[in-house]
Ligand binder design. Structure first.
Ligand code: SAH
Length: 211
């Protein structure tokens, strides 16, 4: 089923071999409730509890491919905002030297730790906190990826991005973090930030504080 899922990703235009092999390796069914296991390899988002969802495989692949931007090897340090069930963090752990992943809901932070136990990924660091302030201790990051969308990119994220690094995040195009979202790419160059707005996406909202 997983090979079939990856085959479909290729048909949709995902070319990056690193991304394809990571998605072939990580068992998505282990990150969703067993009642939903039968749908784990369909290209659909699924509930993971506390009103949140696991992103669909095509979106995880698309964002990972954008993050890698064709890099010849592994990325350096990566920051993920919104651990959720830990699936995307597991995929990223195969694409980067170190992954720091932050979740603001204690219940999901704990769930991700349980879900990831079988993988034993020493380069993946799960953090509980408000990801809108990033994680300064791991900075600068080669890449930053958000799985939740607000009305703007928090300045902490671009501050913590390395020069030459790339950030990929959903951003609401309407006021106050509501309305349609688009995928935004920010490249940090020696002369400043370069921003590109891509296709429409549909992520859960980026919220403040912890719960
Ligand atoms: N990548 C995840 C997707 C989870 S959905 C996966 O593979 O399952 C996005 C997650 O972002 C939710 O769990 C939500 O609680 C979390 N989130 C929203 N705002 C946040 C914030 N400010 N800091 C950290 N996590 C946040």
């Amino acid at each position: 089923m997983r090979r079939n899922m990856v085959h479909k990703l290729q048909q949709q235009g995902v070319r990056d071999e690193w991304v394809l092999s990571a998605m072939r390796a990580i068992e998505r069914h282990r990150f969703v409730d067993s009642a939903l296991g039968g749908q784990a390899y369909e290209d659909t988002s699924l509930p993971i509890g506390l009103g949140q969802t696991i992103s669909k495989p095509s979106v995880v692949a698309r964002m990972a491919e954008l993050l890698r931007q064709g890099a010849p090897g592994k990325l350096g340090r990566v920051l993920e905002i919104g651990t959720g069930c830990g699936y995307q963090a597991a995929v990223l752990s195969l694409l980067a030297a170190e992954v720091y992943s932050i979740e603001r809901l204690r219940g999901l932070h704990d769930k991700a730790r349980d879900n990831l136990r079988h993988l034993r990924v020493p380069n993946l660091h799960l953090l509980f906190g408000d990801g809108r302030i990033g994680y300064a201790k791991g900075a600068p990051y080669a890449a930053i990826i958000a799985a939740a969308g607000g009305d703007a990119i928090p300045q902490a994220w671009t501050d913590q991005l390395a020069v030459g690094g790339r950030l990929v995040a959903p951003v609401s195009t309407g006021a106050a973090g509501v309305g349609p979202q688009a995928l935004m790419v920010i490249d940090k160059t020696a002369v400043g930030l370069r921003q590109t707005v891509l296709e429409a996406v549909n992520f859960v909202p980026l919220k403040s504080g912890v719960a």
